[in-house]
Design a protein around this ligand. Structure first.
Ligand code: ATR
Length: 288
């Protein structure tokens, strides 16, 4: 019997990651045999750690905070969506004879799929507010544009960071007929409210609440935090209190994992049963 193909999630910290569980569910469902673990990398030692993992025969890895930018730099080939994000959450260790390592970013497509398929909320023609201009928000802007909303506003505490990311995506937005602009937090809600509000900031983690006013929400709009579990709770409570339909980042997590699985294994798992399983797990953990 040959040994299973090996993968891992590389990050720091990484002990909390749900990715090994998600990928084991995908593998079982698709009848594939893989071994998916955790790779804790020193903050100044991501590159040697991942190179050693690949040299040991592993086939690829997911990459999480804070190494997504380094992962992007490391690969010899990059998908167009990784190029736009300038960050990668997926590496495939293809041999040099096949072009070398591929860097991809599946976060954005995972988010779009969670919104349009799992939540059943269309993005085409809608107004979208994307809060934050860190790695999480930058990573999803390209695929959000591809979903062709009428408008995307990227709002951030440090407006210059949002302006730089918006400038990098300007051509992409023009090609897709999307009005794209950057704002500070104070004028994030200027004009009519938004149909979809996505929180990609670390504000909930910092315990400082939602950094914009409820005027950003149209009644019944979708308000999604990319985090899940206790880290997302304050945002979800706020969204519900102001008439929004609240959603956490668990669906995005499962969908980005499914896309990574497809990049590596050539088959896309059915995410619905896995999301249900994860929801039960996270709810049980939150109840303790
Ligand atoms: P990540 O890679 O997870 O996105 P990051 O790159 O550190 O993390 O980005 C964090 C984001 O949360 C940034 O948009 C940050 O705003 P600044 O660019 O102005 O720093 C935002 N953020 C963090 N704490 C915040 C707070 N208390 N209020 C508003 N925005 C906050």
């Amino acid at each position: 019997m040959t040994a299973p193909d090996r993968y891992a999630v590389a990050g720091n910290p990484v002990a909390h990651s749900r990715s090994p569980h998600i990928h084991s569910l995908f593998a079982r469902q698709t009848g594939q045999t893989i071994d998916y673990g955790r790779l804790l990398c020193p903050l100044d030692g991501f590159v040697p750690e991942v190179k050693a993992f690949a040299a040991s025969g592993a086939k690829g890895c997911n990459v999480t905070v804070p190494f997504k930018f380094e992962a992007f730099q490391l690969a010899s080939r990059r998908s167009p969506r990784a190029e736009l994000a300038q960050a990668a959450n997926t590496l495939r260790f293809d041999p040099e004879t096949q072009g070398g390592w591929l860097a991809d970013n599946t976060d954005g497509v995972g988010l779009v799929r969670d919104i349009t398929v799992n939540a059943g909320v269309p993005l085409a023609g809608r107004r979208v507010l994307l809060l934050g201009a860190g790695g999480a928000s930058a990573g999803v802007l390209g695929p959000l544009i591809e979903a062709r909303p009428a408008e995307i506003v990227m709002a951030n505490r440090t407006v210059e960071k949002a302006q730089a990311i918006v400038a990098r995506h300007a051509d992409w937005a023009a090609q897709h007929g999307v009005r794209l602009s950057a704002r500070g937090l104070a004028d994030a809600g200027t004009g009519t409210g938004f149909d979809v509000f996505i929180n990609g900031t670390a504000a909930s983690l910092a315990g400082s609440g939602v950094p914009v006013g409820p005027e950003v929400l149209k009644p019944g709009c979708l308000a999604l935090d990319m985090m899940y579990g206790p880290a997302a709770q304050a945002f979800l409570d706020w969204a519900r209190a102001h008439g929004g339909v609240a959603r956490d980042g668990l669906g995005m997590l499962v969908e980005q994992a499914a896309e990574s699985f497809a990049v590596w294994r050539g088959v896309r798992p059915d995410t619905a049963p896995v999301l249900a399983d994860m929801r039960a797990l996270v709810d049980a953990a939150s109840a303790h």
